[in-house]
Design a binder for this molecule. Structure first.
Ligand SMILES: [Zn+2]
Length: 41
């Protein structure tokens, strides 16, 4: 199960939030490794 998740993210070119794993919209270059949701916490 966990390995599948790793492969899932490895195969995706999009950035994902390190907090929740949500896909990060690249509309803002200010975001480090967290999504808009976690970034505003
Ligand atoms: Zn997040």
């Amino acid at each position: 199960m966990l390995e599948n998740v790793v492969e899932f993210f490895k195969n995706l070119p999009d950035k994902h939030c390190v907090e929740c794993g949500e896909k990060i919209d690249e509309q803002s270059e200010c975001y480090a490794n967290t999504c808009e949701h976690c970034n505003t916490l």
